[in-house]
Design a protein around this ligand. Structure first.
Ligand code: FMN
Length: 364
């Protein structure tokens, strides 16, 4: 059965399966499986981006791929991590010190984005310049809609995607000339708004239609089975966009403790927490999210201060795989990923399940 939508034709891909990942290996494998990969560069140092993207391009040849960057509003524009740390409230520093002692977390020994950097406007600009100068086919903007970035990307012939978590953002995205909208619901891993995918997708589709625009919409958030893909296509989406799915693949190289937690997790085992970045983010529930929401815990700080506060500790937790505190952003779709597999096998399962669901509908 052919599941190709007009967007697949336009982008030159076989299947309407789009995937976000921080992993270059996943990016390459998803392209080779006929989907559309988007490499998440928000956690990349600007000076590394050109090399990373050139390496992916080299492996993919002409197959298309995109890059995702985040443009969140910041509560301060500090020049570096030391300046941001100078503004941290003492009770927050004391709380993090208590966590470090309570869980006996050793110091980090390796460089890590969270421990070394602070997000500021210059950082976003440098990341953007590296992406725009690259041979990537598409630029995806998330947690913000910078019109100038979208205009620059379009001027360089790149396809532009915007992540939208509310129907309120559709008009601005269309005015900015966005080519593809990704309606990302509350079910999603990562930074999310409060509206569930099953509501948001038709809301966004209606808003696009009412604006008289012909912009395709993808459904993101909570998708882990072909039944949901059939439902997304039935709603009018031209494809689905998955993030959590790839964390359980060999290509991602998930560290062992995190992998164990992901494979065991059900849909209720994720929570929305501000303790990750300062903005609401769906993550795997762990002692990290529990500690920050316990009575007496301080409110997480706004971006970029939460990372300035916790970056070193998060880096150490990841490096040393400190079991109770290990977590990652993950969506409610985590329910469907219960064994270590490969990107190709995930795509094959999703396609087979979608075909079955559509055949069942036709027979009914
Ligand atoms: C580990 C992880 C990190 C993410 N980071 C980003 C990001 O930097 N930018 C972005 O647009 N989306 C990010 N997302 C959200 C994905 O793009 C996608 O919308 C989401 O994963 C879809 O829901 P699902 O997790 O249920 O598949 C992230 C998701 C995960 C799981």
């Amino acid at each position: 059965m052919n599941l190709r939508t007009p967007l697949c034709e336009r982008l030159g891909i076989e299947h309407p399966i789009f995937g976000f990942s921080h992993s270059a290996e996943v990016t390459v494998a998803l392209a080779e499986s006929g989907g559309y990969p988007v490499f998440g560069a928000a956690r990349e140092a600007p000076e590394r981006i050109a090399g990373e993207l050139a390496a992916i391009r080299g492996r993919l040849g002409k197959r298309p791929f995109g890059v995702d960057l985040m443009y969140p509003k910041l509560a301060g524009d500090e020049p570096d991590r030391a300046a941001a740390r100078a503004k941290l409230p003492p009770e927050h520093i004391a709380f993090v010190e208590r966590l470090k002692r309570k869980y006996a977390v050793p110091a980090p020994t390796k460089p890590n984005f969270f421990a070394d950097r602070v997000r500021n406007r210059a950082f976003f600009r440098a990341q953007t310049e590296a992406v725009l100068a690259s041979e990537v086919d598409a630029v995806v903007t998330a947690v913000g809609l910078p019109r100038e970035v979208i205009a620059e990307a379009k001027a360089r012939g790149k396809t532009t995607f915007a992540m939208v978590g509310s129907v309120r953002h559709v008009a601005a995205a269309l005015e900015a000339g966005i080519d593809v909208l990704v309606a990302q619901g509350y079910d999603a891993g990562g930074h999310t708004g409060p509206v569930g995918t099953f509501t948001l997708v038709p809301e966004v589709l209606d808003a696009v239609q009412q604006a008289g625009a012909e912009v395709p919409v993808l459904a993101a958030g909570g998708v882990g089975s072909g039944r949901q893909i059939a439902a997304a296509l039935a709603m009018g989406a031209q494809g689905v966009w998955l993030g959590t799915a790839w964390l359980a693949t060999r290509e991602y190289g998930t560290p062992p403790v995190l992998l164990r937690k992901l494979l065991a997790a059900r849909s209720e085992d994720t929570v929305i927490s501000r303790a990750h970045s300062g903005k609401p983010c769906r993550v795997l529930r762990s002692r990290w999210s529990d500690e920050w929401s316990a009575p007496g815990a301080p409110e997480p700080l706004p971006m970029p201060y939460q990372h300035a506060l916790t970056g070193e500790l998060l880096a150490a937790i990841e490096e040393h795989q400190v079991e109770p505190l290990v977590y990652e952003a993950a969506g409610q779709s985590v329910a469907w990923f219960n064994e270590l597999t490969t990107v190709r096998a995930v795509v094959a399962r999703l396609l087979a399940e979608t075909e079955l669901a559509l055949a069942r509908l036709r027979a009914a």
